[in-house]
Design a protein around this ligand. Structure first.
Ligand SMILES: [Zn+2]
Length: 377
C-alpha cells in the first residue's frame, strides 16, 4: 500500500528549510513507520530529479513497443529488456503492443521467468492478420497468457492508411494513388468500422468474443473519431462495459474536445501518449510497418485533439479530468529514449505542469490498473 502525504506545499517548504538548516539533503521519499514510503509533493522552487524516479514506482505503461520488429526499424529494447528495466524502476505492469504479432506469447514466456512485474500482451488487427479477422482474435484469446486487449488496427486502419503518402517533387501524394498495389493489398484489407447497422459478421463475431471474455479490453485502434464513437455505441450491445474500452491515442487525437468529453461521460478511457507530445522526430517514419521501402509514410496528419506538445495534452487532461485518462509512452522505436526513461520524462513533465502526486498516480497507474482489472493499491 503506497500513500500520498497530505502535507501542504507550505508544510513541505517548511520541512525542506528545516532539512537544509540541519544539513540534510532534501529528499522527497521518506520512510514511514511501517517501512512504507510516504512521498511529499515538491514545491515550485524545490524540484528534484528524485521525485520523477520515485513516482515511476507502481506505474503501468499500457503502450510499450518492444522488439522484434522489421529489420529497417529495430526497437530500442527487446521484450526481456523492457520487462527487466520496468521492474528495476519499480513499475507495476507493462503491456506489449506488437504491431506485427500477437504479443500474448511473449507475455506468457516472460511471466514465467520474470517475477515482480505483471506483463500483458494482446492482438492488433493489422493487415498482417488480414485486418478484421475473428479467427485471429479467437486464437489470441487462448494463446499464451491470452490476449489482454484486442486492438482494431494500428497502421492498418483505413483512417490512417488512406492518409499515408510520400512527398513527390515537393508535393504530397497518397500511397494509394502512387501504388495501385498498396490500394489493393493494404488499404482494401485495412479496418473500417461501419457507422450504421447492420454490424458486419466479422465485427459482430469479434465483439461477441470480447463480450464473453470479461478480462479483455478493447483498444479502439487507430480508427477515426466517428468510428471510435461507433465502437463505444456498439460495446454495450455485446456486454462490453465501457470501462473496458480504451480510445487509442490516434483515435482520440482525431476527436474534438466535445467528442472526447462525450467519451469520458460514457465511461470509456482516453489514451494519451508521450510520443504524441512532439517528442518524436518529425519527417521520418516513426515505425515501419511495411517491408516495402517505398511505403514509408512521409505525411504528418493530425486531428483537432492532437497535442503539439506535452502542454497541450496537460491542458486537455485538466479540462476533461484526470479520472478519464490513461497515459503511456508508445516508446520502443530506436530514435527516442527507452520506454522506462520515456515514462520518467512524462512524469517529470506532469510534475512541471503541477499535477499533484495523486493525479499523476491516477494517470500513470491507477486508471490503467482499473482497465487491466488489477487490484487498486
Ligand atoms: Zn504505438
Amino acid at each position: 500500500m503506497r500513500r500520498v502525504s497530505n502535507f501542504t506545499p507550505l508544510m513541505c517548504a517548511a520541512l525542506a528549510a528545516l532539512a537544509l538548516s540541519a544539513g540534510w539533503s532534501v529528499i522527497h521519499a521518506q520512510s514511514g513507520t511501517s517501512g512504507e514510503r510516504a512521498i511529499t509533493e515538491e514545491t515550485y522552487y524545490n524540484r528534484s530529479m528524485d521525485l520523477p524516479r520515485e513516482l515511476l514506482r507502481g506505474t503501468i505503461d499500457l503502450h510499450v513497443h518492444a522488439g522484434p520488429h522489421l529489420t529497417s526499424s529495430p526497437r530500442s529494447v527487446d521484450p526481456m529488456e523492457a520487462a527487466l528495466q520496468a521492474k528495476a524502476a519499480g513499475m507495476r505492469a507493462i503491456v506489449y503492443m506488437d504491431v506485427m504479432e500477437n504479443s500474448g506469447g511473449i507475455a506468457w514466456l516472460l511471466n514465467r521467468h520474470v517475477d515482480g512485474i505483471e506483463l500483458f500482451g494482446g492482438i492488433i488487427l493489422n493487415t498482417v492478420y488480414g485486418g478484421m479477422n475473428p479467427r485471429a482474435v479467437r486464437t489470441a484469446l487462448y494463446y499464451g497468457d491470452g490476449a489482454k486487449f484486442v486492438s482494431f488496427g494500428a497502421h492498418s486502419t483505413y483512417h490512417l492508411a488512406s492518409q499515408e503518402g510520400r512527398i513527390v517533387d515537393g508535393e504530397p501524394v497518397l500511397l494509394q494513388d502512387l501504388y495501385p498495389k498498396f490500394a489493393e493489398q493494404e488499404l482494401a484489407r485495412a479496418i473500417r468500422i461501419p457507422l450504421d447497422d447492420p454490424v458486419p459478421d466479422d465485427l459482430d463475431e469479434i465483439l461477441r468474443l470480447i463480450g464473453e471474455h470479461t478480462d479483455v479490453y478493447v483498444n479502439t485502434g487507430h480508427v477515426s473519431a466517428e468510428e471510435a464513437l461507433r465502437l463505444i455505441e456498439l460495446a454495450p450491445r455485446y456486454g462490453i462495459e465501457l470501462n473496458r474500452v480504451l480510445v487509442a491515442h490516434v483515435a482520440r487525437n482525431d476527436m474534438t474536445m466535445e467528442q472526447q468529453k462525450q467519451v469520458a461521460e460514457a465511461g470509456a478511457w482516453l489514451e494519451g501518449t508521450y510520443a504524441d507530445c512532439g517528442v518524436y522526430p518529425g519527417g521520418i517514419g516513426r515505425t515501419h510497418y511495411y517491408p516495402e521501402q517505398e511505403y514509408i509514410n512521409q505525411l504528418s496528419i493530425s486531428g483537432p485533439g492532437a497535442p503539439r506538445n506535452v502542454g497541450d495534452l496537460g491542458r486537455q487532461i485538466r479540462e476533461i479530468g484526470v479520472e478519464h485518462f490513461i497515459l503511456g509512452t508508445d516508446y520502443g522505436i530506436r530514435g527516442v529514449a527507452t520506454p522506462v526513461e520515456g515514462m520518467r520524462q512524462l512524469i517529470a513533465n506532469l510534475l512541471d505542469m503541477e499535477f499533484s502526486i495523486e493525479e499523476i498516480r491516477m494517470l500513470t497507474g491507477g486508471n490503467a490498473a482499473k482497465l487491466l482489472g488489477l487490484d487498486s493499491y
